[in-house]
Design a protein around this ligand. Structure first.
Ligand SMILES: [Zn+2]
Ligand SMILES: [Zn+2]
Length: 158
């Protein structure tokens, strides 16, 4: 795959830009220890809840109870994550392909106002791995080209 240059607002509470930490998850969720998973919002990471067993016990003419749900038809597990308490993160940092896209994203989208003037903006080379939650590219970085701030970035590119 071809290397390209990408643009990203890298929040100060994120670990430093690093290929091993390059994971993405929905806005506002909590990452697991190595970032490769994020906590399930539906069950707060407990895995508890109620989901359909998808068994056929109710239609089984023998009347035997299902081993998994004892015939209740439901399991005490979160429907969203299947009872494991987390979801797999998306490999790669979410970022933009051009300075203009990053400015649009942080200025005119639902993310308006999330970046302060001194929020770090990182320009980096990397390999695209997929597509993030907002349709943006997800990228594993290989080399940092420049670190600037949101104010300086806007001044230069807007
Ligand atoms: Zn069942
Ligand atoms: Zn869950």
């Amino acid at each position: 795959m071809m290397m390209a240059v990408f643009y990203r607002a890298h929040w100060t509470d994120c670990p430093p830009l690093d290929a091993n930490a390059a994971w993405s998850a929905p806005w506002g969720t909590t990452y697991g220890p190595d970032g490769s998973t994020y906590e399930c919002v539906a069950c707060d990471g407990t895995g508890e809840g109620r989901r359909d067993c998808s068994c056929t016990h109710r239609y089984d003419p023998s009347g035997r109870d299902c081993d998994r749900c004892d015939g209740t038809g439901y399991l005490p597990e979160c429907e969203s994550c299947g009872g494991i308490g987390h979801h797999p993160s998306i490999r790669g940092y979410s970022c933009c392909e051009t300075p203009g896209e990053l400015i649009d994203y942080l200025t005119y989208s639902a993310r308006d106002g999330v970046a302060d003037d001194d929020t770090p903006v990182i320009i980096f080379e990397g390999e695209r791995t997929g597509t993030g939650i907002d349709g943006e590219p997800t990228v594993v970085p290989t080399r940092t080209v420049q670190v600037t701030t949101w104010a300086d970035f806007r001044a230069k590119w807007a």
